[in-house]
Ligand binder design. Structure first.
Ligand SMILES: C[S@@+](CC[C@H](N)C(=O)[O-])C[C@H]1O[C@@H](n2cnc3c(N)ncnc32)[C@H](O)[C@@H]1O
Length: 479
């Protein structure tokens, strides 16, 4: 029953037109529709023949779901050229090859597969790597079954163009002639949001030219890279060559915020922090607080941090009132129950917070966003939570310039083209991607000029001093 999403007729017709463009099928031609469901593409091929005349080629549909296979068989059973097989396209043997492959393979994430299935696919398919999806494997198997000079047209999610897990598929595809990538209308499979793409590939040497049709209708021609890297920068309009400088070059850290492993214990609303805990309290922000309603980054909560300003865990005997708070009944049990403390003291955070870097002027952004937006923590006081990414420029004096650039259309367009997608076309702003953001030469020059390393050094000194004073002292010193 996995992954049934029927293809609307108008999309099927467009894909079948593409399949036979400048290559009319003959009576000896063979066509494969893997994961044929109830036969949407078989019907589409029959409509094409009605419009264009000519003999009916041999058509093989493969469907693992017997109910859908029976429905398709009932419809096409009387046509000798059409065979609907009840088989598993990824596991069952197939001893013939095909001149054409067309279809809408199942979109089934690795998370929905059994351990046995995962094992089987990993041993059989070079595309079953990382967090793979079944449609990647359908691509691989179908390409293997394609005759020389044959053509494949698939509609799939667009994710294979850029996700890391699809890197082996991109390498494989680049050994074929990827003729066209059509980023079709995202409403096709409503209410599902799949960002569909129709890919047309021929089994022959790559011509070095792929036609790309963007969702706004714009057409361009690109040469795909064959090393498995994301194709999105090329599709969105950038060259694949490494830019002169990237965000990572100007930053001492681009990271996800602090994971305490027990925010319910360590993060309290400001009014609940009594004076004795204040030396350990840092203002903290979660992703959901980064919104238009909070333009000045007012933190409603504080994080109690059992680490000194240089990032070292404070010895239990020196925790004072924080130790008293953490040892309370109900709180200590929660901390001890965390798996992360099997190999570290019971009151440690899930990850050691790099406070030396964090407590600097920095830029913050939410981890999953509809549209990227960046905020400045000019005071350097905020300890971001795990749902926030923080960017610490090497030179604190450029934090405004850098933030302005990050909020620019140029940066937004690049992030849109390069970030992984979460549900609802939201972008995941991972540190790996953020660090690769190209910085245009004129911005780089601005970031390089006025470098005030002195300031960075003196701030570090301030932090060293502050670490001896505790958290609130640190905040006063760097304000
Ligand atoms: C996205 S649906 C598309 C159905 C049909 N081609 C259409 O476009 O309307 C994918 C189909 O693949 C079938 N399927 C899933 N895994 C399969 C497998 N391993 N072998 C054969 N078919 C499979 C599902 O049952 C489903 O009918």
């Amino acid at each position: 029953m996995k992954g049934f999403v029927p293809t609307p007729d108008f999309v099927v017709d467009r894909m079948v037109e593409r399949l036979f463009r400048d290559r009319r099928p003959s009576s000896r031609s063979t066509i494969l529709d893997p994961g044929c469901g109830e036969g949407a593409f078989v019907r589409g091929i029959l409509r094409w023949r009605d419009r264009n005349g000519g003999p009916l080629p041999r058509i093989v549909g493969v469907e693992s779901d017997s109910r859908r296979r029976r429905r398709a068989e009932r419809e096409f059973g009387g046509i000798p050229e059409i065979q609907i097989r009840n088989a598993d396209f990824l596991a069952d043997p197939c001893d013939e090859s095909f001149d054409f492959v067309v279809g809408n393979p199942p979109y089934v994430s690795i998370l929905e597969l059994s351990e046995t299935e995962k094992q089987l696919y990993r041993t059989r398919f070079s595309t079953a790597r990382g967090r793979f999806d079944l449609y990647l494997l359908f691509f691989e198997r179908a390409l293997r079954l394609l005759n020389d000079g044959g053509r494949l047209v698939f509609i799939t999610p667009e994710k294979f163009l850029y996700v890391d897990a699809a890197s082996p598929l991109r390498s494989l595809l680049s050994r074929f002639d990827v003729e066209e990538i059509d980023l079709v209308d995202e409403t096709i499979f409503e209410p599902l949001l799949t960002y569909p793409t129709v890919t047309t590939v021929s089994r022959r040497q790559y011509s070095g030219r792929t036609k790309v049709i963007r969702r706004n209708g714009a057409i361009k021609y690109i040469a795909l890279c064959g090393d498995g890297q994301s194709w999105m920068p090329l599709i969105a309009g950038e060259s694949q060559s490494r830019p002169d400088s990237t965000l990572g070059d100007f930053c001492r850290r681009v990271s996800a915020g602090v994971a305490t492993g027990a925010d319910a214990v360590f993060v309290l609303r400001n009014e609940k922090i009594d004076d004795s805990l204040k030396p350990f309290a840092y203002p903290t922000i979660a992703g959901r607080e980064l919104g238009d309603g909070n333009p000045r980054l007012a933190a409603q909560c504080s994080m109690l941090v059992p680490y000194s300003g240089d990032g070292r865990l404070i010895h239990e005997s020196k925790l004072g009132s924080l130790g008293f708070y953490l040892r309370q009944e109900g709180i200590a049990q929660k901390l001890v129950a965390r798996t992360c403390v099997r190999r570290k003291p019971w009151y440690a955070f899930h990850e050691t917070p790099p406070l030396r870097d964090i407590l600097n002027p920095k830029i913050l952004c939410k981890d999953i966003v509809a549209s990227p937006r960046f905020w400045i923590d000019r005071s350097g006081r905020i300890v971001p939570r795990h749902s926030v990414y923080y960017i610490v420029p090497r030179n604190p004096a450029v934090v405004d310039d850098l933030c302005e650039f990050l909020n620019s259309d140029l940066s937004t367009a690049w992030l849109r083209a390069n970030c992984q997608r979460a549900a609802g076309d939201f972008l995941r702003l991972q540190s790996r991607i953020l660090s690769r953001l190209p910085i245009p030469a004129e911005i780089a020059a601005r970031l390089n000029s006025g470098t005030d390393t002195f300031q960075a050094i003196s701030e570090n000194k301030a932090l060293d001093q502050a670490s001896r004073l505790g958290a609130s002292g640190a905040l006063d010193l760097i304000r």
